[in-house]
Structure formats: C-alpha cells, structure tokens
Design a binder for this molecule. Structure first.
Ligand SMILES: Cc1cc2nc3c(=O)[nH]c(=O)nc-3n(C[C@H](O)[C@H](O)[C@H](O)COP(=O)(O)OP(=O)(O)OC[C@H]3O[C@@H](n4cnc5c(N)ncnc54)[C@H](O)[C@@H]3O)c2cc1C
Length: 317
C-alpha cells in the first residue's frame, strides 16, 4: 500500500473545501477529496438561485471564522469563484464524479470504496451534507403532480401561481425571487417567521406589505391532490389551487451512508461525535451540515474543517 493518504475528505462542499484548505495550510501532506458530482459545491450549484445573496451569518447565526478561509458575504457566483480559487491554489488530489459507497477500518487504516475504486487513508472526514435527499412532506404527493412539486427553482417559469413551503431563509429567498414574475404565497406552519436572518426578515416584511408575497402563516397543509392538472392544496382551514409547490424544508440525515462508513448514530439517527467532531471510531470525523439536524451554514462547515484538521495534527505530534 504505497499510496496511503493522511486524510481523505468525502464531499466537496464547504465542509470538504474548508478541510482541504486547513489540511494544506496546517501541514497535512497527502490529502484527497472525493466528490460525487462533476464539480465542487453541488448544493450551492443546485439549490441556490443565480445571483443569490450568500450571507455569512446564515439563519441568523453569527459565526466567527476560526481557520484560514476568508469567507465573506457575497453571491452564489462570488462564493463559487472563491472556492474555485481555493481549490486551484491548494493543489490537492481530487476525484470528481465519484460517489463514495462505504468506508471500512482495518487495524488503523481506512479503506474508502467509491465508483473510482478503493483509496486508503489514516483519517477520514465525511462531509456529504443533507441535501442529497431534501426533506419531503409527510402527506402523499400524487404521482401525476411530481413535475409540479419541486425542491429548488429549476423548473419554475413565469406567470405561475406558486406556493413556497418553509419557514427558513431559503423559503423566504425563494418566495421573494419567484414573486418577481409569478403570483406567490409562502406557507409556514408557525404563526411567525422567526428563523430567517434580519436581512431576510426585512425583505419578507416588505414583500408582504407590497402584496408581492402572500403570507399563509400558522396554517398546516393536510394534503395535496390533483385537480385538472393543478395542485389543490388542502390547508387546515381552506383549499386553494396552485400551478406549482416548492418545498424549502431542509434535508435529511444520510443515515444509511453514515452507517456504511461505520459511524454510530444516536436514537434520533444522528451521528455521535465528540468536541472535535470525531465519531466513535478514532480518525473518522463528520463535518458540515450532517453534524446538525438543522441549521448548518457555510461558515460553520468551514470551522468544522479547521477544528478537525487541528485535532488530527495535534494527535500526529
Ligand atoms: C437554498 C439554500 C440557500 C442557502 N444559503 C446559505 C447562505 O446564504 N449562507 C450560508 O452560510 N449557508 C447557506 N445555506 C446552507 C449551506 O449551503 C450549507 O450549510 C452548506 O452547503 C453545508 O456544507 P456541507 O459541505 O456540509 O454540505 P454540502 O454543501 O451539501 O456539500 C456536500 C457535498 O458532498 C457531495 N456528496 C454527497 N454524497 C456523496 C458521496 N457519497 N460521495 C462523495 N461526495 C458526496 C455532494 O455532491 C456535495 O457536493 C443554504 C442552503 C440552501 C439549501
């Protein structure tokens, strides 16, 4: 086994990129990043609308950056450009179009099986995010409506009547963006939108005052059904027809994947880890959104990379 990496990072989102940068800056020599899709930052590319404002303090969480990545407020495009630059500058080994399937530890070495074969490392960071499987509502989605029920804005057109469901920053941003060329309502089961950050709170208040977005707050959706090709949304207090429904309700924990990496999960199916984000298996770490059951952010994911790499280096000494 001539090619043993000091660290293999699974997932090329902010958690993975932060880990790559810290590994190089802090002095881990042989590092490999493995990403399932054809480029880094798949969640940003797929779920952020073009020109989206990217807030460092996402979901109202003020985060101080601890490591060597100078991430600041910007846009989808400036964030991707910055990450391009970090990866280009850092000259790391990376594999794209390569989904990791499992991680096995034998003695003190990890074997990572992906679509590209088996790679071997002394430490592993799993940072695959949650948006591989966006959260879906508990009620049934009729088969005939599948193309009108979405989890990002890719299929949205102009002149449609659209319901956005969710109470966080992404739901607010989706609703306001769509309202530029569509009739939009925003539904959240609670009475108040408390989760969005101050900028988005201000934005949604203005859009609501201007009647650009209709707020349907404190109302549950009980079911949806097809009516002459439209979506009939049955709220707890009324029914209404929409052309499209966009759910922005976060993503699920990739429990099966975590288990196939040997990461122990708690009773809620969430990974168990210590203050350095190390799982119960020594040398096997979790970073980014999979660390939380909700509420991760780019800056938080970058900090995980710093904390983990620092602890790997300390242990090496
Ligand atoms: C609509 C929306 C708007 C947002 N806006 C902001 C914002 O303005 N500011 C902010 O700070 N945060 C924002 N966030 C949150 C932010 O995007 C996440 O917190 C961040 O992307 C988490 O990074 P991550 O590396 O943990 O996961 P991800 O970004 O999800 O990256 C995971 C990567 O792992 C890859 N992967 C998955 N499975 C495998 C596998 N088996 N093998 C190899 N690779 C795999 C994926 O393709 C992906 O590239 C937003 C989120 C959404 C959905």
């Amino acid at each position: 086994m001539e090619n043993i990496y000091d660290l293999i990072i699974i997932g090329g989102g902010p958690g993975g990129i932060g880990s790559v940068v810290e590994a190089k800056v802090l002095g881990l020599k042989k590092v490999l990043m493995i990403e399932k899709t054809d480029n880094h930052s798949h969640t940003i590319r797929k779920f952020y609308k073009d020109q989206k404002r990217v807030d460092k303090d996402w979901q109202g969480q003020e985060v101080e950056l601890e490591g060597n990545v100078e991430f600041v407020d910007g846009t989808k495009e400036s964030t991707l450009d910055y990450f391009d630059k970090l990866l280009d500058d850092e000259v790391i080994d990376a594999r794209f179009n390569c989904a990791v399937e499992k991680v096995e530890k034998k003695e003190d070495t990890f074997f990572v099986t992906s679509g590209c074969g088996v790679d071997v490392a002394k430490n592993i960071i799993v940072s695959i995010g949650r948006m591989g499987k966006p959260n879906k509502p508990s009620y049934k989605i009729p088969l005939s409506l599948r193309s009108q029920i979405n989890f990002n804005l890719d299929k949205c057109g102009n002149g449609e009547k659209i319901l956005v469901v969710g109470g966080g920053d992404s739901a607010v941003e989706y609703a306001c963006e769509l309202s530029e060329s569509n009739e939009v309502a925003l539904n959240y089961r609670r009475e108040l939108l408390t989760r969005p950050n101050p900028t988005n709170q201000e934005m949604i208040s203005k859009y609501s005052e201007d009647e650009a977005v209709v707020l349907e707050l404190g109302i549950d959706i009980e079911s949806i059904e097809s009516e002459h090709g439209q979506i009939k949304v049955n709220f707890s207090n009324k029914s209404e027809l929409f052309d499209r429904v966009v759910y922005a309700i976060g993503g699920t924990t990739p429990s099966d994947f975590l288990k196939s990496c040997g990461i122990t999960l708690d009773d809620m199916g969430e990974p168990i880890f210590n203050e350095n984000y190390e799982s119960e298996v020594e040398g096997l770490f979790v970073a980014g959104d999979i660390v939380f059951n909700s509420g991760g952010s780019i800056a938080i994911a970058l900090n995980h990379g710093y904390r983990i790499v620092t602890s790997i280096i300390k242990r090496k000494k």
